[in-house]
Design a protein around this ligand. Structure first.
Ligand code: SIN
Length: 326
């Protein structure tokens, strides 16, 4: 452990973890993002080993997250990361797009400290509220990771610690809705202590130019990237429609081992031949688990960046958007 008491900044962004329902027995009919971060922390036992600072940055249902929100969050977290007294950051967030925010933050911030995202599947008013335990676990993980020199963006939920890469919301209702790729969880939190099972994948940050653009480009000017899916009966007609609407990148949720219906493939080939410039096209899998789900293959989108990281299609959409910013 460090000799001094580290500051842990807990930043609230909304989500079900801050949600309230009219009836404690109602797990679904609630409004996300209503309770403040101070109220969530007040429900937890005191943490003498840390100096907690709470900050409400926004109140969002994470399905509504925007590029402006990501920029505001990354800029604020970057300010806290630069403070020498800060040992770790915790961010409360909705589960719905947590995987996208996690990847964005990892790539844009490349944090020198642990940044632990935490969420819940039941609102704070529920008989089954999982937020308090998840938040307590996130603080435990943040402090333990800081003491061990672990760094990077992680997520904590239902007693598991996940890295940003490959993270996904894999269930609509269960309390352990977050899942990772084939590499599995980083560790577990049990009865107030963390058992680490493996190291995080080494995920570098963006080159400086792209990082600066991600933090400062007006969100309206961000490259537009869509996810399209391959399915029985695909005719590929959405490709031309999206390109006409100004999309510069397409991530294809392909079948199985990232295969694509021949009609959709023909439409993509046509767009790549005729486009000026051609769109960036990455192809992944719509399978929720297994290696193909974490493998994106694609075409070079710029000089020197032909390597495409193993990501889910949802995270690949964020990654492609960031690369096209360069
Ligand atoms: C949200 O993503 O903000 C709402 C759903 C959730 O947190 O589980």
């Amino acid at each position: 452990m460090r000799q001094h008491t580290p500051v842990v900044v807990v930043v609230g962004t909304g989500g079900t973890i801050a949600g309230e329902a009219a009836h404690a027995g109602d797990p679904l009919g609630y409004t996300a993002a209503t309770l403040g971060i101070e109220a969530l922390l007040d429900r937890l036992p005191k943490r003498p080993e840390a100096r907690l600072e709470a900050e409400q940055l926004m109140q969002r249902d994470s399905k509504d997250m925007s590029a402006e929100d990501w920029q505001a969050l990354a800029l604020r977290l970057g300010e806290h990361l630069a403070r020498p007294e800060v040992g770790a950051l915790v961010v409360t967030h909705g589960t719905d797009t947590l995987e996208e925010t996690a990847w964005f933050l990892q790539r844009v911030l490349e944090p020198r400290l642990p940044v632990v995202l935490v969420a819940a599947m039941r609102p704070a008013t529920s008989l089954q509220a999982d937020g308090p335990q998840n938040l307590a676990d996130a603080l435990t993980v943040a402090l333990d990771a800081a003491a061990r020199g672990r760094r990077g963006v992680m997520a904590v939920m239902a007693g598991r610690v996940w890295e940003a890469r490959g993270l996904r919301k894999g269930h609509t209702f269960r309390l352990d809705a977050l899942q990772g790729g084939e590499a599995g969880a980083l560790g577990a939190v049990e009865a107030g202590s963390v058992r680490w099972w493996r190291e995080s994948t080494d995920t570098p940050g963006l080159p400086d130019v792209q990082r600066q653009r991600a933090l400062s480009a007006p969100p309206g000017a961000w490259p537009r990237v869509a996810v399209v899916s391959s399915h029985a009966g695909s005719d590929g007609s959405e490709v031309a429609a999206l390109l006409t609407a100004g999309f510069q990148g397409l991530v294809v949720a392909g079948t199985g081992h990232a295969t694509v219906h021949h009609r959709l493939q023909a439409a993509l080939d046509q767009a790549l031949l005729a486009g000026s410039p051609p769109p960036a096209v990455w192809i992944g899998s719509r399978c929720p688990a297994g290696d193909p789900a974490a493998t994106i293959r694609g075409l070079p989108v710029q000089e020197g960046s032909t390597e495409v990281p193993a990501l889910t299609v949802w995270q690949a959409r964020v990654e492609l958007q960031l690369r096209l910013l360069g």
